[in-house]
Design a protein around this ligand. Sequence first.
Ligand code: F0G
Length: 450
Amino acid sequence: MRTIIEPFRIKSVEPLRHTTREERERFLEDAGYNLFLIAARHILIDLLTDSGTSAMSTEQWAAIMRGDESYAGSESFFRLKRVADDLTGLRHMVPAHQGRAAERILFTVMCKPGHIVPSNTHFDTTRANIEFTGARAVDLPVPEAADTQAQLAFKGNMDVAALEKLIAIEGEDRIPLVMLTVTNNSGGGQPVSMANIAAVQAVCARHGIPLYLDACRFAENAWFIRTREPGYTDWTPKRIAQKMFSYADGCTFSAKKDAFANIGGLLCSNDDRVFQQETNLLILTEGFPTYGGLAGRDLDAIAVGLEEVLDADYLNYRIVSTGYLGRHIADHGVPIVEPPGGHAIYIDAARMLPHIPKEQFPAQALAVELYRHAGIRSVEIGTLMFGDAAQHELLRLAIPRRVYTQSHIDYVVEAILEVNEHKQNIRGMVLLESAPSLRHFSARLRPLAS
Ligand code: F0G
């Protein structure tokens, strides 16, 4: 059979609420044209993020009932530790309430002012947590990643020559760790090849620098390796993931992505001394090391999710269905970051709306129009989010895991193609007010008059 179906059936459903165009116009006005400020009950299809928005399985809900809420030495912790150890092979693991909590602890222990932390591309919380310690976060993506239209199998790779050059110029003592984000979220959800992970590790090892994975979407990355990198077609996703982790000295992980959990994170390391310091900090801000800011039941949900996510049928469906959305809009003239990523499709709004200059936030104007037209929520990743540091003007459509069916995605395709037909009528936006940092959460805007 050629048709790829959702590899699950639905046992519990949540109703979606339709709104009228007039209502949406009012919600937009009240929210200052900032989709973060619209109540979720007024959204029909929510593609704001794939983080914490997954549908859990019957096995995960059953595991939640088994959660052991002991303060210390909870059985839930040991169940999670067995699964995490088997997957990562890393000696130490502590839970944290989500990915950025793990990041904060890691960088507080490892970084100080004057330090530099290179990555293929840092996610924004990762960058912010590095810079909060006084260190500098540096992105070293492969040069082809700058071209949204370039068709590359592993466009999330790090530029290994640029890493060597950075180490030669700055000195290895100033680089406490190197990170690889798999998949590369800020770079369009693009994967990193096993060969690139190995090459980065070899450079790190030569200079005695530890390599950490930001492993949020490790399973999606493993599937891309299986389908695109020679030599892995017969490997199970789990074996590929284990090999990816075998190059790492540690990892941060948000269980809100590739563990289908609604909350949670992990921090893993092979370094006994670093781990000791991390544990001390964890107790200050997250909790005792066998629960780290989570309930026992959350640990169980993560343990089950970490195994389920490596199911080949699930991963095939996941990557094919994201690609389905990407191809159906791109092949009808909507420019996207090519090729489609694992968890999201990114529309290149600068290309789609060349009449709107970046100072007028073309991707935000598109996000507003898509909501106004069809009740779909997406997120601007461009000048509104990053200011002058923005590399592109993108609109991200992130797909929650196991939540929407193909007919929901067909609705999204239809809406985007209709918006594309009247795109010349879309007007830019003016920023009225915002907090100095993280302004996309608080910004209030107004559309320019036509
Ligand atoms: N690293 C990457 C690559 C991420 O995508 C995220 C979160 C984090 C770290 C932080 O994890 O949210 O659990 O604290 N990304 C979400 C997103 C928020 O929408 O892409 P967290």
